[in-house]
Design a protein around this ligand. Structure first.
Ligand code: ADP
Ligand code: MG
Ligand code: MG
Length: 206
């Protein structure tokens, strides 16, 4: 377990987001401005360009650079939110040994950044509706003695359930909230990309 696993995660996430870009944009066209797939694809393509031109000695340096890349390359809501996630994720792992517990702390710190930036509450129909159950499932798995891979799989499964549960919700944050009741009946794009990121983490980080 080392920096190479996190490089694998970012590269796998970039591929997955690219493959799902049309789908994410279609979801965003129903309740937003039809750019979420393009935003994520552009941001992660810039991260891949960074990986191709530099080497990283530490996870914190890698993830902080990835976060800064998202903040600078992706506009809208999701760039600063995911950018802050990766920045704080990296900061939390500075000098830390990589264990299921410390990686869980990093996920929590990253989601703390999303909370600080976006002020989402559970049920607002945002990416936080995927992150919150994912963190809970991850912690429960680690407390129960699971290793990293199992904990990440539990987190990804919980995120998928949270994503699915956004469908009937009325959006209270972001562009979708402008639609009011008309936002109900559609899956949140950000909760969908969060689930893809966690599924990618479960494939690559262990
Ligand atoms: P924009 O809405 O600016 O076009 P994107 O389409 O890339 O940005 O991202 C939209 C996603 O961002 C939403 O589906 C939602 O999950 C997430 N989002 C928007 N506002 C917030 C917020 N305040 N807190 C958390 N997540 C948010
Ligand atoms: Mg959008
Ligand atoms: Mg936009």
């Amino acid at each position: 377990m080392g920096v190479e696993n996190f490089v694998d995660w970012l590269r796998d996430a970039a591929r997955t987001l690219h493959d799902n870009a049309a789908y994410l944009t279609e979801l965003d066209s129903a309740i937003g401005d039809a750019d979420h797939g393009a935003n994520m694809d552009r941001g992660f393509a810039a991260i891949v360009a960074l990986l191709d031109e530099s080497t990283f000695d530490s996870v914190d340096e890698l993830m902080k650079k990835a976060g800064m890349t998202l903040v600078s390359k992706v506009g809208g809501a999701s760039g600063p939110l995911y950018g802050t996630f990766f920045l704080r994720f990296g900061t939390a792992l500075a000098g830390a040994e990589l264990t299921p517990a410390t990686i869980g702390e990093a996920f929590k710190a990253g989601v703390g950044g999303i909370l600080a930036r976006g002020k989402p509450e559970l049920g607002d129909k945002t990416m936080y509706d995927a992150w919150a159950p994912a963190l809970e499932a991850y912690d429960a798995a680690v407390s129960g003695g699971s290793g990293l891979k199992e904990a990440l799989e539990a987190a990804a499964e919980a995120a998928a359930k949270g994503r699915d549960a956004t469908v009937p919700l009325v959006a209270r944050k972001g562009r979708a909230s402008y639609l009011g009741e008309r936002s109900a009946g559609h899956q949140d794009p950000g909760a969908t990309s969060t689930t893809l990121l966690l599924e990618s983490a479960a494939r690559t980080l262990a």
